[in-house]
Structure formats: C-alpha cells, structure tokens
Design a protein around this ligand. Structure first.
Ligand code: SF4
Length: 212
C-alpha cells in the first residue's frame, strides 16, 4: 500500500466514535519521504474545518518555531495521534488512541522517518512512554526501532504558558542539529566518497555532536 491509498482508506474510517463528531478525517500532510515527522495530539476546530493538521493558532506558532530553527514545513511530515477531532478539544481517550494507532503505524512504516518529534504528552505516551510526564521527559531523545524520538511540549501548551517557550526552543535547536547531522550522514552513505571529499569525512564529526 502507498501513502495515498492509506489516506483514502483513512478518510472513510469509522473506527471509533470520534468520527461521528468530526467534520472530516485529518490524515496528515507533508513530504511522503520525510526524514522528520512531527506527531501531535489530534485536530482542533480549524484543522477539522480545513482537513489539514496544525493550521490553527498552535500550528501557526509551530510554523514560526520551525522557521526560526531553519526547518521548512514542506520538507517534513506532520500528523496527529488521532485523525478526528475530539469534541470540545478534549484529549483523546485511550480507546480512541488505540483505534487510530494502525493508521499512524502505517504512516510511519510507509514514510520511514529517521526522527519523530512527539508534540505533547498524548503523542509521547502513545509512542514512547505510557503514563509518563512530558514535563519530566521533555527534551529527551529516545531511540526505538531505529527511529530517534524527541519529546517536547505541544505548541498549544506554549500558548497557555509562555514559560514553556524557552525549553521548546532549546528542543528545536537540538532537533535542528540532529536532523542536519542525519542528512549529512545519509548523503555520505548515498554518494561515493570521491564526490564528497571533506564533507563525507566531516559527517562523522557532525553526527557525534547530536544528543543520543
Ligand atoms: S479517530 Fe482514527 S480510528 Fe477514529 S474514526 Fe477517526 S480515523 Fe478512524
């Protein structure tokens, strides 16, 4: 199955009660071959309206953070743990997260990102650490099944609490460093050394700079 086929299947999903309240399924968008995937919690009102992830105030803040970190949204893939808006923007229930999990797992399998950023506690608990506190684990890098996960706050949390902006900025600086190092490392594997010269040799040093 390719990503477009998966999207078409997801758009007609009735796998949990969230679909009854939502206008549409917000599948996710971005580069289908992205090395970097961002995973949030679930669509909000604007996302439900537009059918696109992270287009409301939290999404606009995320765009500004990405731009400040020198990352283009078009080079990433962005999605959520649940693809349908929970009523009143409540957190998705564990059963809803579980029902929607196969779609996210299929997205990850098809896109094969090298890095996944968990935006907020719901994403972190679903993907990495059930029951853990995002406040305690924020800023951590965890490698699982060959993918490096960065845990950070959801941008909506920054809109409610400005004191979270500084630690999130530190997380995105760390992300930029590791992501660019991964790109250099990948480039050095894809092209013969004679074409890259010093860049190829330098990639090893760059890779070591990233947190593990
Ligand atoms: S939230 Fe996920 S599982 Fe539930 S109906 Fe929407 S797409 Fe299907």
């Amino acid at each position: 199955m390719d990503l477009e086929t998966l999207r078409e299947k997801a758009l007609s999903c009735q796998g949990c009660p969230l679909r009854r309240h939502a206008r549409q399924v917000v599948f996710g968008e971005g580069n289908p071959r992205a090395d970097l995937m961002l995973v949030g919690e679930g669509p909000g009102a604007q996302e439900d309206e537009a059918g696109r992830p992270f287009v409301g105030p939290a999404g606009q803040l995320l765009d500004r953070i990405l731009a400040a970190a020198g990352l283009q949204r078009a080079e990433l893939y962005i999605t959520n743990i649940v693809k349908c808006r929970p009523p009143g923007n409540r957190q998705p229930l564990p059963a809803e997260v579980q029902a929607c999990r196969p779609i996210l797992e299929a997205q990850i399998k098809l896109i094969q990102p090298r890095i996944i950023v968990c935006l907020g506690a719901v994403a972190m608990r679903a993907l990495i650490a059930p029951g853990a506190s995002i406040t305690r684990l924020r800023g951590q890098w965890i490698t699982r099944d060959g993918i490096r996960y960065l845990l950070t706050f959801h941008p909506a949390a920054l809109l409610r609490d400005a004191s979270k902006k500084r630690p999130v900025w530190e997380d995105f600086k760390s992300l930029r460093q590791v992501y660019r190092s991964e790109q250099v490392e990948q480039l050095s594997m894809e092209f013969p050394d004679k074409y890259l010269g010093g860049v190829n040799r330098g990639s090893a040093g760059l890779t070591r700079l990233g947190p593990r």
